[in-house]
Design a protein around this ligand. Structure first.
Ligand code: UDX
Length: 434
C-alpha cells in the first residue's frame, strides 16, 4: 500500500521503517530538516536498536523516502498515519498544539478516500473531536481510525513487528479494512485485531500504560516496606509474581517509572476520570507514589552517607531506562538533580546520554568512564539498569573508592558478587550484603 507517515519521532519513524521493510511504499514527513538529513543518511536521530539497518535498507530499496513538503507526501497516499508528538504538559496530560496543527494541515490536503490513522497518543475523546472538527471533509462515513501504538523504546522495532494486538478504533468499514491490509504482511492471526470504537481504542492505550505504571508503584511501595521490615523484596517479588494471574513483569522495584509515556498517560487518564465524574483514585495514588520514590532513594543515600552535603557521589545511569538515550521524565536524572541540590559533589556516567538543554552541566560533571572517575568517591549509585553495568570491573572500582558503598537503585546487581568485589551493597528493599 502507499502509506504516508506524518511526524518522524519514536513511533512514526519506527512505523515508517517497518512498513517499508514489510513491502509497503512509505513516505515520511517531518518539519525538522536536520532530522530529515540524518534519516536520509540511513541513521536514526535517536538511539534505537535495529532501526538504522531498517532505515538504510528502506532507502536503498526505494520503498522509503522522507520529505518536508507535506503535499508531496500526501498526494498518492492511500493511508496516512498521524504520529506527531504529544509531549507532556504540566503533569496534566499532553500538549496537543502540534497534533492539532498537523491535523489542520493534513486533513485538507488528504484525498477524500485516504484513511487517516491516529497513531499519536491522544486523550480519550480526541478522535471523535477530530471527526467533528473536520465533519465538512467527510459528509458520510469518515475514514478515520484510532490505532494506538504499544511499542517500548529500546525494543521498538521488535515490538512493532510483533504486536500483542492491533486495536482499531473506528466507525468506518473502509478504514477498518485498510488498517488490516497494512498489517497483512505482518502475518497476524485474526484474533490479534481488536476492532472497537475510537473512544475504546483511546481508553485501551491509556489503561494499559496506567495499569503497568500502577503495578510498578505497588512494587516500589512493597519494596520500601520490605526495607523497613528487614525482608528481602527479591523473595517477595518471586513469591507474589509466581502467581500467573499477577506475573513477575513490571514488579521490579527501584527508582520508579519515567519516560515520555507512563507519567503523561497516567495524568491524562486521571484528568479524563475527573472530567467524566468517575475519579481514578487508584491511579492518583500510583502517580503520587511514583513522585515519592526518587525522594525515598535520595533519603537512602542520605542515610548511608550520614548527610549529603559535600559527599562525593558517582551515579551510573541517567536515561529513564536502558537502551535509550532519552532522559524525558527520567527518575535517574531527577535523582541527580536532587542529590546535587542537597549539596552532594556529583559525577554521573551514562553510556548513551549526551547533554542537551536540561541544564545538567550546571548540576553535575559528566564522566567518560566509571573506572576513571570513581577514585575518592564516598558512594556509587546505580540509577539505570544498563546491562553492561554487570560487566564493570567492580573489584577495581571498589578498591579505588574512598568508601566502597554501592546503592543499587535498580536492584540489578548480584548481591553476593558485589560483596565479594568488596562493596557494602544496599538495594531497594533487598537484604544488604557486606
Ligand atoms: C511504555 C509501554 O511499555 C509501551 O507499551 C508504550 O507504548 C509506551 O510506554 P516505554 O516508556 O518505552 O514503554 O518503557 P517501559 O519499558 O514500559 O518502561 C517504562 C518505565 O517503567 C521505565 O522508567 C522503567 O524503568 C520502569 N519500570 C519498568 C520499572 O520501574 N519497573 C519495572 O518492573 C518495569
Amino acid at each position: 500500500m502507499k502509506i504516508a507517515v506524518v511526524g518522524l519521532g519514536h513511533t512514526g519513524l519506527v512505523a515508517a521503517a517497518v512498513f517499508a521493510e514489510r513491502g509497503h511504499t512509505v513516505i515520511g514527513h517531518d518539519i525538522e530538516s536536520d532530522k530529515l538529513a540524518v534519516i536520509r543518511e540511513g541513521r536514526s536521530p535517536f538511539y534505537e536498536p535495529r532501526l538504522n539497518d531498517l532505515l538504510a535498507e528502506g532507502l536503498r530499496s526505494g520503498r522509503l523516502a522522507v520529505h518536508d513538503e507535506l503535499d508531496r507526501c500526501l498526494t498518492d497516499a492511500e493511508i496516512i498515519f498521524l504520529a506527531v508528538g504529544t509531549p507532556a504538559a504540566n503533569g496534566d496530560g499532553p500538549n496537543l498544539s502540534e497534533f492539532w496543527a498537523a491535523a489542520g494541515q493534513v486533513v485538507p490536503l488528504a484525498s477524500i478516500d485516504a484513511v487517516l490513522v491516529l497513531k499519536s497518543t491522544v486523550p480519550v475523546g480526541t478522535t471523535d473531536e477530530l471527526i467533528d472538527r473536520f465533519r465538512g471533509k467527510w459528509p458520510n462515513d469518515p475514514p478515520v481510525a484510532a490505532v494506538p501504538e504499544f511499542l517500548r523504546q529500546g525494543s521498538a522495532v521488535d515490538d512493532f513487528l510483533k504486536p500483542d494486538r492491533v486495536v482499531i478504533g473506528t466507525y468506518s468499514t473502509s478504514a477498518l479494512k485498510s488498517v488490516k491490509q497494512v498489517y497483512t504482511p505482518f502475518i497476524l492471526p485474526e484474533e490479534k485485531f481488536l476492532p472497537c470504537a475510537p473512544v475504546e481504542a483511546e481508553l485501551i492505550k491509556h489503561a494499559a500504560n496506567s495499569f503497568l505504571a500502577a503495578k510498578i508503584s505497588f512494587a516500589n511501595e512493597l519494596a520500601n516496606l520490605c526495607g523497613k521490615l528487614g525482608a528481602d523484596y527479591d523473595l517477595v517479588q518471586t513469591g507474589v509474581g509466581s502467581d500467573p494471574r499477577i506475573g513477575r513483569k513490571f514488579l521490579n522495584a527501584g527508582l520508579g517509572f519515567g519516560g515520555s509515556c507512563f507519567p503523561k498517560d497516567l495524568a491524562a487518564l486521571i484528568k479524563t476520570g475527573h472530567e467524566a465524574d468517575a475519579r481514578q483514585t487508584v491511579l492518583e495514588a500510583a502517580l503520587a507514589a511514583n513522585r515519592r520514590q526518587v525522594e525515598q532513594v535520595a533519603m537512602l543515600a542520605d542515610e548511608i552517607c550520614g548527610g549529603l552535603r559535600g559527599k562525593k557521589i558517582i551515579q551510573l545511569g541517567l536515561t529513564y531506562k536502558p537502551d535509550t538515550d532519552d532522559v524525558r521524565g527520567s527518575p535517574a536524572m531527577e535523582l541527580a538533580f536532587l542529590l546535587a541540590q542537597r549539596g552532594a559533589d556529583l559525577i554521573c556516567y551514562d553510556p548513551e546520554y549526551r547533554p542537551t538543554d536540561v541544564g545538567s552541566d550546571r548540576v553535575f560533571q559528566l564522566s567518560d568512564s566509571p573506572v576513571t572517575d570513581c577514585p575518592g568517591r564516598d558512594l556509587l549509585i546505580v540509577a539505570t539498569e544498563w546491562p553492561q553495568f554487570h560487566d564493570l570491573p567492580w573489584e577495581q572500582i571498589a578498591e579505588k573508592m574512598k568508601n566502597p558503598i554501592l546503592l543499587d537503585a535498580r536492584n540489578m546487581l548480584n548481591l553476593t558478587r558485589m560483596a565479594a568485589a568488596g562493596f557494602r551493597y544496599v538495594g531497594v528493599g533487598r537484604r544488604s550484603a557486606q
